[in-house]
Design a protein around this ligand. Structure first.
Ligand code: ATP
Ligand code: MG
Length: 258
């Protein structure tokens, strides 16, 4: 059975797309993986990957103008992706309630199907959460972002989804940030990954690559590797953990143990 993991946060700009791309790229080295851009109103995955002009994307699949297999591409980095490009006309026509069925028709196409989702908690975001069986919550270490994230968690609970935990992205960007234990208390969930604010992430964006591909030895890439290992299970975690000592120290420091 495929695993369907939605990367979610109702707060915009926290790093959902960045996390989805880098996790899919890293996990893709170990397991057959597919990244689905389920953000229909403001799709970003294709933009992050260089904006190639594509005639068939998830939008055409949802309109019955293409089969799902015609809309799957392999990026130069090796990342397998089902992208989305939508016009204003598409947005009027698209039936969000079809999203779950279309995504679930990918069963067997990949071991892990990661979904990038839209900010907010509109119908498309709810449909994406419905399509998943596991949810990975993304937040930044600041109060407004954490409070917004609480709403996503509530919806995921109401829909009976397994919440894998919280990823704190852009850690260290600002001086007065919430500490990991404060975020855990506010959200009543464990923080399972900390991705530092890393200028290499922006450099990678300029190169239209996952940072894990263009800058594999940076702090951000190591922390994505560590998180990917955690999501895949102990066997993988042990193998990447040795390589990510630096990040491990960083995590301990953030938690306040060093
Ligand atoms: N760890 C990081 N370090 C530095 N910059 C980052 C990091 N993570 C994300 N960014 C940058 O933050 C910006 C927003 O990231 P991203 O597009 O992934 O957020 P998002 O949650 O998907 O946004 P939206 O809600 O609009 O879909 C991008 O410019 C991205 O390069
Ligand atoms: Mg996004």
């Amino acid at each position: 059975m495929s695993r369907y993991i939605c990367i979610a946060s109702s707060k915009g700009g926290v790093g959902k797309t960045t996390t989805a791309i880098n996790l899919a790229h890293t996990i893709g080295k170990h397991k057959k993986t597919l990244l689905v851009d389920a953000n229909l109103t403001t799709p970003n995955v294709n933009v992050h990957l260089g904006s190639p002009i594509l005639k068939k994307t998830l939008a055409q699949v949802l309109k019955d103008e293409a089969s799902i297999y015609q809309a799957i591409y392999t990026h130069e980095s090796g990342l397998r992706v089902l992208p989305t490009i939508t016009s204003l006309q598409d947005l009027k026509k698209l039936k969000y309630e079809r999203l779950r069925g279309v995504i679930r028709s990918l069963e067997g196409e990949a071991d892990i199907i990661l979904m990038d989702s839209a900010a907010g908690l509109g119908r498309e975001t709810i449909s994406t959460i419905e399509a998943a069986n596991e949810i990975l919550i993304i937040t930044n270490p600041e109060l407004s972002s954490v409070l917004d994230t609480q709403k996503t968690i509530q919806v995921a609970h109401e829909l009976g989804k397994t919440i894998l935990g919280v990823v704190v992205n852009k850690a260290g960007e600002h001086r007065h940030e919430l500490k990991v234990n404060e975020i855990e208390k506010l959200l009543d969930l464990p923080v399972i990954g900390i991705i530092p604010y890393d200028k290499n992430v922006k450099e990678a964006l300029k190169l239209s690559h996952p940072v894990t591909h263009s800058h594999p030895r940076t702090k951000a890439s190591r922390s994505y590797e560590e998180l990917a290992g955690l999501l895949l299970g102990k066997k993988y975690f042990d193998s990447v953990n040795k390589k990510s000592r630096l990040m491990h120290d960083y995590v301990l420091e953030r938690i306040g143990l060093v």
